[in-house]
Design a protein around this ligand. Structure first.
Ligand code: CP3
Length: 340
């Protein structure tokens, strides 16, 4: 698999490419299946439909890897928290976690077991996916998941989570520890079910100052990496802490790929990390509105990354109103322009 080879720093005939959030609302085919399923969580729980939308970007766009269709928040959901996706509002936990008693009511083992619909999706996708295409499994970083569990919804300044970080750090560590145990069981079960790599999404890494990022976020990401590597040393692990270009000199760990967000110049990431890690990224997602902007953006990134291991991706998720034609153009252009 060219994607897995690139993760492991082996030479590839061209730069493999996929897009974060590639299975989603910009695809009419996704909207059709989503309408049949009813709502977003029902789609995640219906393994046949989830497998179908996982495969759509491979069939429609020709990407080199599929990413499991699910969400980072199914883990706290199956630990016992009630979750809904409100139209226009995003995810909502109506009873957020604010103390130890509420945390103690959550169940790690139940979560790992109840997420069987995810493992069923993986089994079906792997059965139907071509042998040369990779299937990427994923989880959220404990910090990013914890912000939703604590705030109850998306947040502008993460003030409740960060207040706990400074006022009662032991409580935040307890939440992070519990979520980390669930994520270790969950990612290992995804690998057992057939994924070829794991990506850990830390979407809200940049909410934390540098020392807090390493204390409350990155150290927990590394616990997951180390647990996976202890049992599955050959399975690539990708970390994606978004928006922390100022902290790159301190980044170290036993993962294989570092995901670069669009606000970090690729040259800066190359200088800091390319001798140790494959880099993934990092086209600015809004360039997908214009074919000229796609072409110039791809040319620049490929030129900067020439000669070092690279997986092409967007620097964050694709937006729902991107023309499918432009997404197709991006994938084809990267594969052609990077051919060696
Ligand atoms: O990348 C993929 O195609 C795989 C599927 C995937 C989804 N969510 C599907 C989804 C993945 C990898 C995620 C990860 C995720 N979920 C993250 C980390 C990545 C990132 O974008 O930063 C986060 C922070 C979440 C939490 C989440 N889920 C939010 C904030 C929202 C609402 C915002 C939005 O885009 O509507 C979701 C819902 C969600 N997850 C959708 C999809 C396709 C939209 C649901 C729909 O209406 O169909």
């Amino acid at each position: 698999m060219i994607f897995v080879d690139a993760c492991l720093g082996k030479p590839t005939p061209y730069t493999p490419v996929w897009m974060m959030r590639q299975a989603g609302r910009y695809l009419p085919e996704y909207m059709t299946v989503r309408k049949e399923a009813g709502d977003f969580l029902s789609l995640c729980k219906d393994y046949k439909k989830a497998a179908e939308v996982t495969l759509q970007p491979v069939d429609i766009l020709g990407v080199d890897a599929a990413i499991l269709f699910s969400d980072i928040l199914v883990v706290p959901l199956e630990m016992g928290m009630s979750l809904r996706f409100a139209a226009g509002e995003g995810p909502v936990f109506d009873e957020p976690i604010r103390n130890l008693e509420e945390l103690n009511a959550l169940d790690v083992d139940k979560a790992v077991k109840n997420l069987s619909y995810v493992y069923d999706t993986i089994g079906l996708v792997r059965q139907e996916l071509a042998n040369d295409k990779a299937l990427i499994g994923f989880c959220g970083a404990p910090w990013t998941i914890a912000t939703y569990m604590i705030e109850g919804k998306g947040s502008k300044n993460y003030a409740i989570s960060k207040r706990i970080a400074y006022e009662n750090p032991a409580l935040l560590h307890a939440v992070l520890d519990k979520v980390t145990s669930a994520l270790i069981g969950y990612t290992k079960a995804q690998i057992k079910a057939g994924v070829n790599a794991i990506q850990i999404f830390d979407s809200w890494a940049a909410a934390l100052e540098m020392s807090a990022f390493f204390e409350f976020s990155f150290s927990y990401i590394l616990k997951i990496v180390d647990a996976i590597k202890a049992e599955y040393p050959e399975v690539p692990v990708i970390v994606f802490p978004k928006g922390i270009s100022g902290y790159l000199s301190q980044i170290d760990g036993n993962f294989d790929v570092f995901g670069v967000d669009w606000s970090t110049p690729m040259g800066l990431a190359r200088a800091a990390l390319s001798d140790r890690y494959t880099l993934q990224g990092n086209l600015e997602p809004c360039r997908l509105y214009s074919k000229d902007a796609i072409k110039s953006g791809v040319d620049e990134i490929l030129a900067v990354m020439r000669g070092v291991p690279h997986i092409f991706n967007l620097g964050h998720g694709i937006l729902p109103d991107i023309p499918v034609e432009n997404a197709k153009y991006l994938i084809k252009y990267v594969q052609e322009a990077s051919a060696r």
